[in-house]
Write a protein that binds this ligand. Structure first.
Ligand code: C2E
Ligand code: CA
Ligand code: CA
Length: 547
């Protein structure tokens, strides 16, 4: 069962402040997305809305033209009963004609709905005349229909008013599709507006018609509009449909607050998830893979000394990872993760390449100088590992027995295989060491299974020296046993003189490793440590080459 200690470790980097910042940004982004998608879908609707309204106005203008032209066919005396009957028939034929009448001079003298006028009404001046001779007149604030402005349209001696059936849409406040509106107008200069609809007011016309669709309409700024214009050049009529209160601005307060609340909740959730992906366990794993790929995990070396003579007899290589986000990551953490995710073999082999490269001169010049590398049980039982080692070592001139493979049983592995591979490696000349000896994971059964060349007593026991703990009682048992075994014995974690003296008394041939002698150090420091003069030489060489 993996300890998953890297899970705990990676959570340490989780920043609530950053998660909150991400939440803010994401909330705004979500709102913006909603805004843009509403606009996108509405622009599609605007298109069909424009087409629908355009076919409406074409039909109206068509009927106006037809109706007015037809007024000239009759042979009746204008405003006579027969003439009014004739006009009534036309009004009935053309649905969008509200009223028809006759003019004389510049006055209306009769209409179908009003009969002959006692007092003829003066017509407003002509505003726009189409090429077909239809006159659209200026003031739309007309007499009989005073409750609303209506276009007054004349042709020769006939006058026409539009039916409310068409104009009803113009009533202010009437909104067919929320946020949509527009105008229909005669397409000659200057524009003559026949109808406003969808809550568009005449004084807003310039703003709407003057606006040009652009990408900046997508920005969540008020008073943006989108519009679309369609014209029929034959009928000389145009319409511009307008989508105002676009995106979020078109939502009702209730819907808007629901959308905002959802965006905030989702934004906060996502913000915290983003931070999780940035520094959480997944990021940790991603980083670890990257570090392994880019070779940035490097070895440091901790000297091992003959405790009787204080002579350095070798080093243990220990992996180090310094990460830009996480800082120093403990090997206990990343080695465990590498094992859990089957990255350890690659990592170890890359490290060994570096270790041999770093140490080969030292080892070649002193055949008793050893390097210990930590090997997972998995790698020990890998079929290719021996070949890898042999191949790599063949590039150098040191001996295989200068390489100590330290094994700890972290991951469950096949025991019979372990002993087989341990034997094989020893036959090839390598030394095998049981790491963390005495702890639960490396115990007596391992001794018979691996038949190691070396035993490393765990620092837990070294630290128990001269204390009254269970470990101390076990330690004495271990001492008793080690006296009778013909193996190299290494005590790790020696920190005090008392610990050293005690071990020296019990096993004078033991090898010691610990802060009392030296901490793990980079290769340059190690070289200085082993041979201060050599170290200085190295430094001056570095200075020379830097110069
Ligand atoms: P380990 O193999 O038992 O290594 C000894 C650990 O004790 C090292 O910790 C070392 O820095 C630390 N240590 C040395 N002297 C003293 C001392 O006087 N007092 C105390 N308290 N500690 C001391 P480190 O470097 O943190 O490594 C931890 C473990 O990570 C290692 O335990 C080893 O199991 C694993 N590890 C490190 N590098 C590698 C590697 O390259 N491959 C594999 N498979 N495991 C590695
Ligand atoms: Ca070790
Ligand atoms: Ca240990």
């Amino acid at each position: 069962m993996p300890s998953l200690s890297y899970l705990r470790s990676s959570w340490k980097n989780y920043s609530i402040v950053k998660a909150t910042a991400y939440s803010f940004v994401l909330t705004f982004l979500l709102l913006f997305l909603v805004h843009v998608s509403i606009i996108a879908s509405r622009v599609a609707t605007l298109h069909s809305y424009t087409e629908g309204k355009h076919s409406g106005i074409q039909e109206v203008v068509f009927q106006v033209n037809k109706g007015l032209k037809a007024t000239q066919i009759g042979q009746n005396e204008p405003c006579s009963d027969a003439d009014l009957e004739f006009l009534r028939e036309l009004k009935r034929t053309y649905f969008f004609i509200g009223d028809l009448g006759r003019i004389s001079g510049n006055r209306i003298i009769c209409t179908v709905l009003n009969g002959t006028l006692a007092t003829p009404v003066t017509l407003p001046p002509i505003h726009t005349k189409t090429s077909g001779g239809i006159e659209y007149r200026n003031s739309q604030d007309i007499l009989f229909y005073s409750e609303k402005k209506k276009p007054t349209i004349t042709y020769k001696n006939a006058v026409l008013f539009l039916s409310p059936a068409y104009l009803i849409d113009a009533k202010h406040g009437y909104i067919g599709i929320h946020g949509f509106g527009g105008v229909t107008y005669i397409d000659s200069n200057p524009r003559y507006v026949i109808n406003y609809f969808g809550g568009i007011l005449p004084d807003e016309l310039d703003h709407f018609l003057g606006s040009v669709n652009s990408l900046s309409d997508l920005l969540p700024l008020p008073n943006r509009v989108k519009n679309e214009t369609l014209c029929n050049s034959e009928l000389e009529v145009c319409m511009t449909a307008i989508y105002q209160r676009i995106g979020l601005f078109g939502l009702s307060d209730k819907v808007l607050s629901t959308v905002a609340a959802s965006a905030i909740i989702l934004g906060i959730g996502l913000g915290f998830i983003v931070e999780y992906f940035r520094v959480g366990p997944r990021a940790f794993l991603r980083d670890l893979k990257k570090q392994i790929r880019h070779d940035t995990i490097y070895p440091v070396y901790q000297p091992q000394v003959n405790i009787a003579t204080q002579e350095v007899v070798g080093v243990e290589s220990l992996a180090r990872w310094h990460d830009s986000i996480q800082g120093h990551v403990s090997p206990e953490v990343f080695i465990q993760a590498a094992e859990d995710f089957k990255l350890i073999d690659t990592l170890t082999q890359k490290l060994i390449v570096k270790v041999f490269h770093d140490l080969h001169e030292l080892m070649e010049s002193n055949s008793s100088f050893k390097v210990s590398v930590n090997i997972s049980a998995d790698l020990l039982t890998s079929h290719t590992f021996v070949d890898f080692l042999n191949q790599l070592i063949s590039q150098y001139r040191f001996e295989r027995n200068q390489v100590v493979l330290e094994v700890t049983e972290r991951s469950v592995s096949n025991n019979s295989q372990m002993s087989e591979f341990s034997r094989k490696l020893k036959e090839q000349g390598y030394l095998v060491s049981i790491d963390d000896f005495g702890t639960g994971v490396s115990n007596l059964s391992w001794l018979s299974m691996l038949e190691p060349n070396e035993i490393k007593v765990d620092k837990l026991f070294t630290h128990s020296i001269e204390t009254q703990t269970v470990n101390n009682i076990t330690l004495n048992g271990i001492f008793g046993m080690l006296e009778h075994l013909d193996v190299r014995v290494v005590f790790e974690g020696i920190e005090t003189q008392e610990q050293l003296s005690y071990i020296l008394k019990k096993i004078p041939t033991a090898i010691g490793q610990g802060w009392l002698f030296a901490k793990p150090q980079k290769i340059e420091e190690l070289k200085r440590f082993l041979d201060p003069q050599h170290g200085q030489r190295l430094e001056s060489e570095a200075i020379v080459s830097a110069v």
